[in-house]
Write a protein that binds this ligand. Structure first.
Ligand code: BGC
Ligand code: NOJ
Length: 831
């Protein structure tokens, strides 16, 4: 396909996998760290700090920001996206060593440093380097259960002469609402207020009126001076790379009145040869009850801040808090641990993939280096899917999350597409009417039940639309999700798509020709009958869970009726959903086929192949295999499986946003990694372990480390999209971290390839692996017991369990029973 005059993407980029060999660091598996040793990564490589309320994003050169719960409404420090130079602004430290000024993270000063490293670990990041016989290391982490970030700076004189140095900290405050902060300058330049007391700088903008929260930055040592006014600290025409105060070595003790309040401490010290000094900075967030806001007119009540500072004011206390964080992560990550000869697989399964699931669970698609934290809150469909990658580690929080999500459901079964994490209210401004949304709630709840066995959740009374006067059991919410589809069928008996289904950009009813409106929110054209094969398959797949759940609750008639609806849907798919070599994708507004060989472009789509086969459709009659062959032929490429083919080369009014993207990017024939695991799972259902694992490794970051220059994003987390074969630069990734790829890949590898799958009555084992694998072992914690599972593959099979023994005794079922809590069992599986 010639989509660029003269050259195709592949030609132009000339088989990049071999040409662009470049690594920027390495995995330290024992420490569960990725160690970046080249500071100029192809894109800032970030980490997340924080577990529950206080969060930070930090890049490998200390860029980033912090927020309390909601990156839009409660932004603590400021960050400018898409900045020039890239990634400017963060939690910076500057050293003035007798006139030589540098930063331990290289940025922002960018003076040459030696032995630079950034270690991104589980909930912490260490950044350090050396210059002129001085070594500086900073440990950043958010302690468990507290609303602050600890920054421990360690300085070491490695030379033979005493050193007289000045250390400056720097943080720029955000005026709380991140959107307003970047837009409403007529007001904001007049509102900023601070207080300074001893070594603590307090940021209290708007605290006088409606806010009951402030932030602070402290250090556990007397200061030689400070600055809180940005222009004074930097000099109005300087960048972060050249603060006047740092270069002159003279803090000005400025107090911000409006403009841009910042926090900078200046410490002065002498280091003898070999001497090591440590300073502990705390960036904290405090809320005060209304009647305890002030201790005198205009003077904020600092009691809680001081208590927080006191919790981390010595190295021992910081060590202890850091040790707790490590213990926490070790315990979280001990739920599933794999031993396998391939370290690239082990490090994904044991560390980085579940760690990324933590981030998607916490932030949905709201805040990363590609998501500004302003646009999107928690997605209804996204959060349900994110849960599936994380539920095994945080059962109680998952329970709460399910209730939060379900509380935003409307009483006709439909859903807000997004809600704000702080208010937990549906956000209509982001759009609605995505007709797949309701079914994801069944998927999320079923995953929770299978993992925990906690059926009581179904009796929880949960409001609709957060209205306490309109509540029903969670089970009733599931019924309405199911019935929403039944009540919205189109002319072929297939589900109406609404605004869109999983593919936000397949806007079949939208007909937008106005560039000033959003595809996601604009009014749909009335009278549309567009139908989705994807939702149809989802209904068959997750509808079956609804039936099981209903039946187990004794709702036999309801279960039977639901089964009938599912059977009817299977018939509709069989009659109207097969194109000859693959499953159709949809019917458009006018009832014409989408994703058919009859179409000029977009003849085949990935989503309906994955979902239909996962739903079991076509597995018996050969259509599934045919569809998978078509996927392999038309969609698979070196870097993964593209979403559709051929890519759309022009805008189609009746297809919407999908055709607005250049070929090979995002939903228009990009490798939209989220849906690759559906094909991976489908391949395992078809028994093809070789292909399943091959597809897995094409998108899995640890396998892409060697091509970091091309891939660009972090080699330790999945990206939402890798440019597809029709793109200008195939293989280049974007939108790392916050993507459904995290939970789906984890789900696919642990539950379908390794094949250890929680089910309602126990742990099902049914691996589907490349035949050359000799075996592997998995230690799995499940409902309080430990399963030590050894899988051996002497005959080099892909699939099929020959024999299972539990504690030495042969058993007949592939479902391992639920064992008493606290017990440990040896399971041996021969394939
Ligand atoms: C993106 C989608 C995203 C949607 C809603 C589109 O532009 O391509 O991936 O889900 O916007 O924000
Ligand atoms: C990203 C959205 O967050 C997700 O919900 C959607 O399914 C994909 N884009 C595909 O459009």
């Amino acid at each position: 396909m010639m989509n660029h005059p003269g050259t195709s993407g592949a030609d132009r980029w000339n088989n990049s996998k071999t040409d662009l060999k470049m690594k920027y660091g390495h995995f330290d598996d024992a420490a569960r760290e990725y160690v970046i040793t080249q500071h100029k990564t192809p894109w800032p490589w970030i980490n997340y700090l924080g577990n529950k309320d206080f969060f930070s994003i930090i890049s490998n050169t200390a860029g980033g920001y912090s927020f309390y719960r909601d990156a839009r409404l409660r932004r603590i420090t400021r960050y400018r996206y898409n900045n020039v130079p890239a990634d400017d602004g963060g939690k910076y430290f500057y050293i003035n060593d007798n006139g030589s000024v540098w930063s331990p993270g290289w940025k922002p000063v960018k003076a040459e440093v030696e032995d630079y490293s950034c270690r991104h670990g589980m909930g912490y990041t260490r950044i350090g380097s050396a210059r002129g016989n001085l070594r500086a290391d900073i440990l950043y982490f958010v302690p468990l259960g507290d609303t602050c970030e600890v920054q421990r700076v360690t300085l070491r004189n490695t030379g033979a002469m005493p050193k007289h140095i000045k250390l400056f900290s720097f943080t720029e405050w955000c005026l709380w609402n991140a959107l307003d902060d970047q837009t409403n300058f007529q007001r904001n330049f007049s509102t900023g207020e601070v207080e300074v007391e001893e070594s603590v700088i307090y940021h209290k903008t708007e605290y006088r009126e409606r806010r009951n929260h402030y932030a602070f930055h402290s250090v556990n040592s007397p200061v030689a001076g400070f600055d809180t006014d940005r222009e004074t600290f930097l000099g109005i025409y300087n960048g972060f790379d050249h603060p006047e105060t740092v270069f002159s070595g003279r803090p000005r003790n400025s107090i911000a009145h409006g403009w841009s309040p910042v926090a900078s401490h200046c410490l002065e010290t002498v280091l003898e040869p070999g001497e090591v000094k440590e300073y502990i900075f705390v960036l904290g967030y405090i809320e005060n009850p209304d009647n305890e806001k002030f201790i005198a007119p205009k003077v904020i009540n600092k009691v809680r801040a001081k208590a927080m500072i006191g919790r981390y004011d010595t190295s021992e206390k910081v060590d202890a808090a850091f040790a707790k964080l490590k213990e926490y992560w070790d315990s979280q990550l001990s739920v599933i641990s794999l031993s396998h000869p391939d370290p690239r697989l082990e490090r994904m399964v044991n560390t980085w993939n579940p760690y990324q699931c933590m981030a998607t669970y916490n932030f949905s698609r709201s805040t990363s280096y590609f998501e500004s934290g302003i646009g999107r809150g928690m997605g209804f469909r996204d959060s349900n899917q994110d849960l599936v990658g994380y539920v095994q580690m945080i059962a109680q929080q998952s329970r709460d999350r399910i209730i939060d999500i379900a509380s935003t459901q409307l009483n006709d079964g439909s859903a807000y597409h997004q809600y704000q994490p702080l208010t937990k209210r549906g956000n209509a401004e982001i759009g609605g009417n995505f007709n797949d949304d309701p079914l994801w709630l069944i998927f999320g709840v079923a995953a929770y039940l299978k993992e925990t066995g906690d059926w009581s959740i179904l009796d929880e009374m949960v409001p609709f639309n957060n209205n306490p006067d309109d509540a029903a059991s969670l089970f009733e919410h599931l019924r309405r999700s199911f019935m929403y589809v039944v009540n919205h069928l189109g002319p072929h008996g297939l589900p109406l798509i609404g605004r869109a289904d999983w593919n936000d950009c397949l806007n079949l009813n939208c007909f937008s020709s106005n560039p000033d409106e959003s595809f996601q929110t604009t009014e749909n054209q009335k009278g549309g009958q567009a139908e989705s094969l994807f939702i149809a398959a989802m209904f068959v797949l997750y509808g079956a869970d609804f039936v099981t759940i209903a039946r187990r609750r004794g709702e036999i008639q309801m279960a039977d009726e639901a089964s009938d609806h599912i059977d009817a849907m299977v018939r509709a798919v069989n009659e109207h959903g097969w194109d000859g070599d693959w499953f159709l994708r949809a019917y458009d507004f006018y009832g014409r086929k989408v994703g058919s060989h009859e179409n000029e472009e977009g003849k085949i789509f990935i989503e309906s192949q994955g979902m239909c086969i996962m739903a079991g459709i076509g597995l018996e009659d050969g259509r599934a295999l045919k569809a998978l062959t078509s996927v392999n032929k038309h969609l698979a490429c070196e870097y993964g499986i593209v979403l559709n083919n051929p890519a759309f080369t022009k805008y189609y009014l009746h297809l919407g946003e999908i055709s607005s993207y250049p070929e090979g990017y995002k939903e228009n024939a990009g490798i939209f990694c989220h849906n690759n695991p559906w094909i991976i799972i489908a391949e395992t259902l078809a028994g093809n372990g070789h292909r399943a694992f091959d597809y897995y490794s094409r998108i899995t970051p640890s396998y892409l480390e060697e091509i970091s220059d091309l891939h660009k994003t972090e080699p330790y987390v999945y990206s939402q999209m890798i440019a597809g074969k029709d793109a200008f630069r195939p293989g280049e990734a974007k939108n790392s971290w916050l993507t459904g790829t995290a939970s789906w890949s984890y789900y696919a590898i642990t539950q379908y390839i390794l094949g250890i799958r929680p089910d309602y009555d126990g742990l099902l084992v049914d691996p589907c692996i490349p035949p050359d694998w000799g075996g592997f072992t998995v230690r799995r914690k499940f409902r309080g017991a430990v399963y030590n599972i050894e899988i051996i593959n002497p005959e080099h099979k892909s699939k099929g369990v020959w024999e299972i023994t539990v504690d030495g005794k042969k058993v007949d079922s592939c479902i391992l029973p639920v064992f008493p809590e606290g017990t440990e069992h040896d399971v041996k599986i021969t394939m």
